[in-house]
Ligand binder design. Structure first.
Ligand code: ADP
Length: 235
C-alpha cells in the first residue's frame, strides 16, 4: 500500500530578526518514514523541528498535519537528555509523557501499566523507582524514549539522540528506534551519523544554505559510493 503523507511542509520560511534561516522549503513526511535530518551546525535543523512542533512561528508558508495532530508528536530535545540532576523518579518522568492525553489529575492503574510496559520495551523495568540522577547516560536516553513512547503512537522527533552516548549505547539506541519504526511509529531525527555503521532510516533530509533536499538513504549511499569511486579514480 502506498504510504500516506502525515506532514506537509509547504513553502516554509523562518527568520530570526529578519535574518532568514531557510526560505520556501517543501517536503512531505510519510507515515512510517524514518528521516535523518542532517546539515552543518547553524544550518537550521533545530529551527526546522521546532517549527514543525509549533514552538517557532514561520515567517511564511505552513506545516500541515494530515490525519494526525501536532499534539501527537513525542519530542525529545537535546536538553532533556543531558539534564543530569532532574529531580524525579523514572516512573514520574515516564508518566509525565501522558499529560497531553489525560483528563483527570491523578494517574490511574492503567497509566502505571503503560509506563511499566514502555520501560519493559527497553529492558529497564527494574529502574522504575530509581532517581533519574542515579542513572547512566545510556539509561537516561532509554527513559526519555520510554516517555516518548507513552506520549505517542504516531511520531517521534529526536534532536541528536546519539550525542553523549558511547558507541555501544548508541548502537542499542538506534536498534530500539528501528524497532519502534517497524511497529509503525514515524521518526524524524537530527543526526551527524551518516557513516555506514550508524546509518539508519529510509530517508535523509539535508539542510544547507537555506535549502532542504530529501533523498532516500539508498540514493544517498549510491551517490557517496560514486563520489568515493571517482575520487579514487582521480588519484
Ligand atoms: P542547527 O540546529 O542546524 O545547528 P539552528 O536551527 O540551531 O541550527 O540555528 C540556525 C541559525 O539560526 C543559526 O545561524 C543560529 O545562530 C540562528 N538562531 C538559532 N536560534 C536563534 C534565536 N533564538 N535567535 C536568533 N538566531 C537564532
Amino acid at each position: 500500500m502506498e504510504k500516506q503523507p502525515i506532514i506537509a511542509v509547504k513553502n516554509l520560511s523562518v527568520e530570526y530578526a529578519k535574518t532568514p534561516v531557510f526560505r520556501k522549503i517543501n517536503f512531505e513526511i510519510l507515515a512510517g518514514d524514518f528521516i535523518c535530518l542532517v546539515g552543518c551546525n547553524g544550518a537550521g535543523k533545530t529551527t526546522l523541528i521546532k517549527t514543525i512542533l509549533g514552538l517557532i512561528e514561520p515567517s511564511a508558508g505552513s506545516v500541515e498535519f494530515l490525519g494526525m495532530s501536532r499534539k501527537e508528536i513525542g519530542y525529545i530535545s537535546q536538553e532533556t537528555v543531558v539534564t543530569s540532576n532532574f529531580p524525579a523518579t523514572v516512573e514520574e518522568i515516564v508518566l509525565s509523557g501522558l499529560l497531553n492525553q489525560k483528563r483527570g489529575i491523578f494517574y490511574t492503574k492503567g497509566d502505571k501499566k503503560k509506563c511499566e510496559e514502555a520501560l519493559a520495551k527497553f529492558g529497564i523495568k527494574k529502574l522504575l523507582k530509581k532517581h533519574f540522577a542515579e542513572l547512566s547516560g545510556g539509561q537516561r536516553q532509554k527513559i526519555w524514549l520510554a516517555r516518548a513512547v507513552v506520549a505517542t503512537k504516531k511520531m517521534l522527533i529526536l534532536d541528536e539522540p546519539g550525542n553523549n552516548l558511547d558507541s555501544k549505547s548508541k548502537k542499542e539506541l538506534y536498534a530500539e528506534l528501528l524497532k519502534l519504526n517497524a511497529q509503525g511509529i514515524t521518526i524524524m531525527m537530527i543526526t551527524h551519523d551518516l557513516d555506514h555503521q550508524n546509518l539508519v532510516g529510509n530517508k535523509i533530509l539535508a539542510l544547507a544554505d537555506g535549502v532542504a533536499t530529501m533523498e532516500t538513504t539508498e540514493e544517498y549511499v549510491k551517490r557517496i559510493h560514486r563520489h568515493d569511486d571517482s575520487e579514487s579514480d582521480g588519484k
